[in-house]
Design a protein around this ligand. Structure first.
Ligand code: SAH
Length: 497
C-alpha cells in the first residue's frame, strides 16, 4: 500500500483514542472517526512498519452503533472523539477500555475486580460549566468566535458547542456587538496585534450565576462600562434587535423553570435575575495577557462587575470560583464521582483521612463532613488557597491543607510527625501516583485506600503495586464525566488484607 491509496476496511475495534481499528491482509490500520462495526473506504495517510493511519473517506456500511453527530462540526473540532457513536455504546466503550487496562497492565483477572455499572449521564449534552472561546476573523473580516481547527491555529466559527451552556452563544453575541460598537479588533496571533484573545464563560449550575472574563492583549479595555451594561442589562434598555436571537430568549425561559428546584433549596438568590441582560450575570472581568503564548489566561485579573467570583455548590459544599480557579467542569457527574469516593471511604466520624492531590479540596470538604480530620495535599499553592477559603466559607474546621508534592509531604508527616491515616484518598493527574507516595501509603497501612483516576492505564499500574503490597481491590465504578470524549473517570476501593 502506498500513501494516498484508498482501500476498504472493516472496523473491528477501537483504540484508546477512539480511532477505529481494522486489518487489511494482516496489516493494522487506524482510522479516526470510524466506529466499531463500520465498513469504510479509507485513504492511507501515514505508513509505518506494522501499522498505518488512514483517513475516513466514506462510510460504506454504517455500524449499528453509529449515529449522526448532533454537532455539525464534530469531525473538524475533534474534541468529541466519540460523537458518531450512540451514548449507550460510548459507555460500553469506556467500561471496556478501563477493564482492558486493569487486565492487561494491572494483571488482574476480570472476575477479580468487582466493577459496578458505569455512571452515565441522563442528558449527555450541555454538561460543561466552563468554556473558553478564541476570537478571530473569518475570511470576510467579520469577528468570529469558535475553536482552533485540528493542529492549526485557524479559528473555525462555532459559537454553540453542544457540551456548553446555552447562554454561551448569547454572551458571545453580546461581546461581538460590543466589539463592533467600540471598534475593538480580535487578537491576531501572527501580527500579535488586536485586543480580544479569548472569552472565558463559567456558570454555577446550582446557583445560575454566570461569569464572563475577556482575555485581552492590552492593559485597558475601552468602553468597559458599556460591556457591563450590555451583559447585565444595566441601562434597562431592551437588547432585542441587537443580535440576541429568539432562541437565546427561549433558552432563558427554560432555564428559569430548570433552576426553580435549586431556588427552593436555597442555592439561588434573586439578586442576579435580570430581564434585559444575561440572566444570572454575576461577575465580569478581564484578564491581561500580552504574551506570545498558547496559555489562555493572563495572570492579572481586572474586575469590572460583581465580587470577582461566582458561587456554586457540589453536594451541599459551597465554592467560590474566580476566573483563575480550578473547578471541575462537569458538576453533575463530579457530585456522583466524589459521592462514590465518599461512600467507598466508609467513614463513621472517627477517621483520620488524607486526600492526596486534593486540588481545591472538593473531595476533602466532602469527606470532612463525615470524618474526624482530613488532611489535603496539593502542589499548586493557589489551589490550596482556594481549598482553605472554601473550608472557611463552609464552616469546616477539621480540614487542614498542605502545599507540596504528595510524595514529599506524606512521608514527612508520617515519619517526622507520626501522623496516621485510617483512609487515604488519591485523585492524581494522568501520570498517576509517584512510587514514593505509594510506598508511604503501604507503610502507613490505612484500612482503606480510595483511588479516583482519570487515566485507567496508570490506575491499573498503581493498583497492582498496592495489591502486591497487601491490599485487595474491593470494588470499582466508572463515571462518565466527559460524554462524547474518550475520557473516563474511575473510583476504586481497596481494603487492607
Ligand atoms: N480532586 C481535585 C482534583 C484533582 S486533579 C479537585 O476536585 O479539586 C489532580 C491534582 O493533582 C491537580 O490539582 C494537580 O495540581 C495536583 N498534583 C499534580 N502533581 C502533584 C503532586 N506530585 N503532589 C500533589 N499534587 C499534585
Amino acid at each position: 500500500m502506498e500513501k494516498n491509496q484508498e482501500f476498504i476496511v472493516t472496523i473491528e475495534d477501537m483504540n484508546e483514542d477512539g480511532a477505529g481499528v481494522g486489518k487489511v491482509d494482516g496489516y493494522i490500520w487506524f482510522v479516526k472517526d470510524a466506529v466499531i462495526g463500520d465498513v469504510v473506504r479509507a485513504k492511507a495517510m501515514k505508513i509505518k512498519k506494522s501499522y498505518g493511519f488512514a483517513r475516513l473517506m466514506e462510510v460504506l456500511e454504517p455500524s449499528v452503533s453509529r449515529v449522526i453527530p448532533s454537532c455539525p462540526v464534530a469531525r473538524q473540532c475533534g474534541g468529541c472523539q466519540l460523537q458518531a457513536m450512540s451514548y449507550e455504546e460510548q459507555l460500553k466503550f469506556k467500561e471496556r477500555k478501563v477493564m482492558n487496562n486493569l487486565v492487561r497492565i494491572g494483571k488482574f483477572a476480570e472476575d477479580e475486580i468487582h466493577m459496578l455499572p458505569i455512571m452515565g449521564m441522563e442528558e449527555p449534552w450541555r454538561y460543561r460549566n466552563k468554556a473558553q472561546f478564541p476570537f478571530g476573523k473569518d475570511k470576510d473580516g467579520n469577528v468570529i468566535a469558535g475553536f482552533y481547527a485540528g493542529r492549526t491555529h485557524a479559528i473555525v466559527e462555532a459559537e454553540d458547542c453542544l457540551l456548553g451552556v446555552e447562554e454561551n452563544r448569547e454572551i458571545l453575541d453580546i461581546v461581538k456587538q460590543f466589539m463592533r460598537e467600540m471598534k475593538i479588533e480580535p487578537y491576531d496571533e501572527i501580527s500579535h496585534k488586536g485586543l480580544v484573545r479569548h472569552v472565558l464563560i463559567r456558570k454555577g449550575f446550582k446557583t445560575g450565576e454566570i461569569m464572563v472574563c475577556l482575555v485581552i492583549n492590552g492593559k485597558k479595555l475601552p468602553g468597559k462600562e458599556r460591556l457591563v451594561e450590555m451583559l447585565t442589562g444595566g441601562d434597562g434598555k431592551d437588547r432585542k434587535g441587537q443580535g440576541v436571537s429568539e432562541q437565546g430568549t427561549k433558552g432563558l425561559e427554560v432555564k428559569e423553570q430548570e433552576t426553580s428546584e435549586n431556588e427552593a433549596k436555597g442555592y439561588i438568590s434573586n439578586r442576579h435575575v435580570n430581564r434585559n441582560g444575561i440572566k444570572g450575570m454575576a461577575s465580569i472581568s478581564y484578564s491581561v495577557n500580552q504574551e506570545r503564548t498558547n496559555v489562555i489566561m493572563g495572570k492579572e485579573i481586572v474586575n469590572l462587575y460583581g465580587p470577582g467570583f461566582i458561587t456554586d455548590y457540589i453536594g451541599n459544599v459551597k465554592y467560590q470560583i474566580s476566573p483563575l480557579s480550578f473547578y471541575q467542569v462537569n458538576p453533575v457527574q463530579t457530585e456522583r464521582l466524589y459521592g462514590t469516593a465518599l461512600e467507598y471511604a466508609g467513614l463513621t466520624g472517627n477517621e483520620i483521612v488524607w486526600d492526596l492531590y486534593c486540588g481545591i479540596g472538593t473531595i476533602s470538604l466532602f469527606l470532612a463532613q463525615k470524618a474526624k480530620k482530613v488532611y489535603g495535599v496539593e502542589i499548586v499553592p493557589q489551589a490550596i488557597e482556594d481549598a482553605r477559603r472554601n473550608a472557611e466559607i463552609n464552616g469546616i474546621d477539621n480540614a487542614e491543607f498542605f502545599v507540596g508534592k504528595a510524595e514529599e509531604v506524606l512521608p514527612e508527616q508520617f515519619e517526622k510527625n507520626h501522623v496516621q491515616a485510617d483512609v487515604i484518598v488519591v485523585d492524581p493527574p494522568r501520570k498517576g501516583c509517584d512510587a514514593v507516595c505509594l510506598d508511604t501509603i503501604l507503610k502507613m497501612r490505612p484500612e482503606r485506600v480510595v483511588y479516583v483516576s482519570c487515566d485507567s492505564a496508570t490506575l491499573a499500574r498503581d493498583l497492582r503495586y498496592l495489591a502486591d503490597g497487601g491490599y485487595v481491590v474491593e470494588r470499582g465504578r466508572c463515571c462518565d464525566m466527559f460524554p462524547g470524549t474518550v475520557h473516563c473517570e474511575v473510583c476504586v476501593e481497596l481494603c487492607r488484607k
